[in-house]
Design a protein around this ligand. Structure first.
Ligand code: NAI
Length: 397
């Protein structure tokens, strides 16, 4: 079979293995040529390491100067009679091949990071491969559900405004259409449950588990990712259910910072730039902002993707000393929130509508980045190549 992109709404239902490898290769190349990460960690655990910021952090820390070994946990689908599997599945495979060839350890644990078996697999991997301790834990999960721990009940996140309804437009990547949407205000239960899924509670439990098992190395650090954004996106993000969850995450980093103090360790939240990832295209009414932001940041020469954000984080804002603001947050959204970027982005948003969004915003770049996340739209990949499921199943993460 030939593998083609299948998109349902804003979700990719196929992935191209050779394109995923090409993405990994390009990112390795980029960080190898960038200003190096100095005094970085050697043993890194990444929760959510198969795509987006987690994968970019893994590539940066392995190939961007620190020469770290990594254990990455992710929730991905392999090939089966139902389909070729997810991009993250192939990212795990090809990252490992390249890291191993470079003499680095790369352990992939595929399963539910909230579950006890996966937590045990991580502890065993740390014991067996990392001499029992980690120097850095990156918490980069993005998901919609979290098990409550008792029964089979789950908390479900709801991406909604708080205190009133919100009208806006979302972009459907399947047919490149602009769709007006009205979101109802979140209920108290939805606010609570979103905080449970996307807040800091699970991050805290992971760190407590690692402390309990003596797996925290001296000077160990941990970091999770957040978003604040400009006022324009406050109703759907910062002042909505997601923002509540992120505020919880920020408080958690302060608590974890105290818990790690006996190890001379540190915990941080890093506020990142808005970027196209599997998770962010899912946020309703957010995509027009991304289109306008991309066009402006590219025009002003300050656009970064996940890989550039992570390399800059670790080479200049995290090691050797973390650079924080008055709220103890690391700000990787500094370029996004600069007044020159914001004023031009807002101008574009005021002009943007269903007829002109492709030209006023960077729809081409947005769509291309989405396709590339799934292994498509690379110039130098042979998309006519035939694959069979058995051949793909022979590749293991
Ligand atoms: P992503 O969707 O690209 O990556 C999420 C990762 O979590 C994947 O590796 C996935 O396999 C893993 N995962 C999801 N559920 C899991 C589970 N139950 N068990 C194990 N692994 C699981 O997402 P992205 O965008 O990189 O998000 C990571 C963090 O960065 C999130 O906290 C997000 O809010 C934050 N962030 C994202 C921004 C953006 O614009 N994309 C901006 C600022 C922060």
């Amino acid at each position: 079979m030939i593998i083609e992109p299948i998109i349902k709404g804003v979700v990719a239902r196929s992935a191209h293995p050779a394109g995923c490898e090409q993405g990994i290769r390009q990112h390795i190349d980029l960080v190898s040529r960038a200003a190096p990460i100095t005094q970085g960690p050697k043993r890194v655990l990444i929760l959510g390491g198969s795509s987006g910021f987690g994968l970019a952090a893994r590539i940066a820390l392995t190939f961007g100067g620190a020469e770290a070994d990594t254990i990455a946990v992710s929730f991905e689908r392999g090939p089966s009679e139902k389909g070729v599997g997810s991009a993250g599945w192939y990212n795990n495979i090809y990252f490992k091949q390249h890291a191993t060839a470079a003499g680095r350890k790369a352990i992939n644990i595929v399963g539910d990071a909230f579950s006890t078996p996966v937590r045990q697999q991580v502890l065993s991997a740390i014991a067996n491969e990392f001499d029992g301790q980690v120097d850095l834990i990156i918490y980069s999960l993005a998901c919609g559900v979290r098990p409550q721990g008792k029964d089979d009940k789950m908390w479900h996140s709801a991406i909604k405004p708080i205190g009133g309804n919100l009208c806006g437009a979302s972009i459907n990547l399947q047919d490149d259409s602009w769709q007006e949407t009205e979101l109802t205000a979140a209920s108290d239960r939805e606010i609570h449950d979103t905080e449970k899924v996307m807040g800091g509670e699970d991050w805290q439990q992971w760190i407590e588990l690692l402390i309990l098992h003596n797996a925290i190395a001296p000077q160990c650090r941990t970091v999770a990712f957040s978003y604040i954004g400009p006022q324009y996106t406050y109703p759907i993000y910062h002042q909505g259910t997601l923002g509540r969850a992120k505020t919880h995450l920020h408080h958690t980093s302060d608590e974890l910072n105290q818990k790690l103090a006996p190890f001379n360790g540190e915990a941080y939240t890093c506020v990142c730039k808005a970027l196209v990832t599997k998770a962010s295209v899912f946020i309703p009414t957010f995509s027009p902002y991304l289109l306008a932001l991309y066009k402006t940041m590219k025009e002003q020469g300050v656009h970064e993707t996940c890989i550039e954000q992570m390399q800059r984080l670790f080479n200049s804002k995290f090691y050797p000393q973390a650079q924080v603001d008055a709220q103890r947050l690391i700000r990787m959204d500094d370029w996004e929130l600069s007044s020159s970027v914001q004023s031009k982005t807002l101008q574009r948003l005021q002009q943007m509508n269903s007829d002109n969004f492709r030209e006023v915003g960077d729809y081409h770049g947005y769509k291309q980045e989405f396709l590339q996340l799934n292994g498509f739209a690379f110039d130098d990949v042979d998309y006519e190549q035939h694959y069979c499921i058995e051949q793909l199943q022979a590749l293991t993460p």
